[in-house]
Design a protein around this ligand. Structure first.
Ligand code: FAD
Length: 81
């Protein structure tokens, strides 16, 4: 991605393959940098898999960097066992 995203030209366009947490995080980061992003997901619909998601402290730093830290932190609760 050597093309500049600033200036008079239109923003660079990026295709992200996969709409999992990795693809969506990459897409959000790119959008925040001024790229025009399209996420391609092979599944016809997004659904839940597993019992939940376990995130380490660094993941919350990443959420803060992506500008969604407040939204993702609010519903979290500590485990009780
Ligand atoms: C059954 C199961 C249960 C799990 N339970 C938990 C849990 O309880 N807690 C937890 O923390 N983690 C859990 N995990 C792990 C967690 O799901 C993964 O660590 C995480 O989803 C990885 O994110 P990702 O974005 O890298 O990949 P994925 O979530 O796998 O996303 C990749 C996406 O790319 C799409 N894709 C792939 N190839 C293409 C293509 N060529 N074109 C378009 N789209 C494409 C796929 O359809 C998928 O939606 C579980 C995993 C599985 C399989």
């Amino acid at each position: 991605m050597s093309e500049s995203t600033s200036g008079a030209s239109s923003p660079s366009q990026v295709l992200v393959a996969g709409g999992g947490i990795g693809g969506l995080a990459a897409a959000l980061a790119l959008v925040r940098q001024g790229f025009k992003v399209k996420v391609l997901e092979q599944s016809p619909e997004i659904g839940e898999i597993g019992a939940g998601i376990q995130l380490g402290p660094n993941a919350f730093h990443a959420f803060d960097a992506l500008g969604v830290g407040e939204k993702t932190g609010a519903p979290c609760s500590p485990t009780t066992w």
